[in-house]
Design a protein around this ligand. Structure first.
Ligand code: AKB
Length: 307
């Protein structure tokens, strides 16, 4: 029997490309989101991610085996709406884990983030196990979620797998409400106006990866044999070390008239609390994580495709 997969948050930045990648592998994908693009040919549900009864209905009706829970409020928006962020980010996860415990599904993917790390975490080559005191609402919800994943695995045998995504750069669907969003906006502004005013200071460096590497990592982790998975909180995932000035320098090579200016806002403090680079050796060793798209290639792809 072919596997049926449910992607919650299917219309978002990562969810939309994840659905494409799963469909390309001939997997039956059910899309669910609070906002649906009208695409009646796709099997889709309008779903509030924290509605457990509606979720149970979809799981039962379609005999879903795997859920990718991609719906979340990201770091910048979560600072503005802390209670909503906590509710969405936590309740949706607890519902999925509970339904997995009750055997409505077999496997869960849930994304964590480099946002679990805080200002007192070592900034460079941040280890998997280290000081983890997040200073943002989003980071707190991600760290709590990681511990819930580990708990449901240990106590109830739930096969839940997770990655600490760095910032993800892509051009098909815009990100929304994140601190690393500048690294996507900069390309569309470069193409449209040859100017960008960054809300993050020039040298502030955070780890990021191109979308295809994030999707590959996600699917490779989910396909790995259970005995290879040594981390049941969430795997560190590194990649490219990106700052606004570094991106600007590379964009200028292709668009010499491009100019960048800086007006840091409240998101600067969030970015300052995150690592600059990540030690992801455990992901590499356990299931073969690797980055294929380097900075040069990523800039070319983004400039060629961003509207
Ligand atoms: C954000 O900026 O909030 C996200 C993340 C790093 O998790 N892109």
């Amino acid at each position: 029997m072919p596997t049926t997969v449910l992607v919650i948050g299917s219309e978002g930045q990562i969810g939309s490309e994840l659905c494409e990648a799963l469909s390309a592998k001939k997997i039956e994908v059910i899309r669910a989101d609070i906002k649906l693009e009208t695409a009646p040919e796709k099997l889709q549900y309008h779903l509030e991610a924290s509605d457990k009864d509606a979720l149970r209905y979809i799981l039962e009706k379609h005999k879903v085996e795997t859920v990718y829970l991609m719906a979340a409020m990201l770091s910048a928006t979560s600072e503005k709406f802390p209670e909503k962020a906590w509710h969405l980010n936590m309740q949706s996860l607890l519902n999925v884990l509970d339904l997995a415990k009750e055997k409505y599904l077999m496997k869960v993917f849930w994304p964590s983030s480099i946002a679990v790390f805080g200002p007192d975490t070592p900034k460079n080559n941040t280890p998997q196990e280290t000081i983890i005191n997040p200073s943002t609402v989003y980071g707190i919800s991600k760290r709590a979620g990681e511990l819930w994943c580990s708990y449901y695995h240990q106590v109830h045998g739930v096969d839940v797998r997770s990655l600490r995504y760095p910032g993800i750069i892509s051009h098909k669907t815009a990100p929304g409400g994140g601190t690393t969003d500048y690294a996507v906006e900069i390309f569309s502004q470069a193409n449209r106006t040859k100017q960008y005013n960054s809300f993050i200071k020039a040298p502030t460096t955070t780890p990021m990866i191109y979308m295809s590497d994030a999707i590959d990592a996600t699917l490779t982790l989910m396909n790995a044999p259970a005995e290879n998975i040594s981390i049941r909180t969430s795997y560190n995932l590194g990649g490219l070390m990106i700052s606004p000035e570094k991106l600007a320098k590379h964009i200028k090579k292709q668009l010499p008239d491009f100019e960048i200016s800086y007006t840091p806002d409240y998101r600067q403090k969030i970015a300052d609390s995150w690592p600059e680079s990540i030690d992801d050796r455990i992901a590499r060793n356990d299931w073969g994580y690797h980055v294929s798209v380097d900075l040069e290639q990523m800039v070319s792809i983004m400039l060629a495709n961003c509207l």
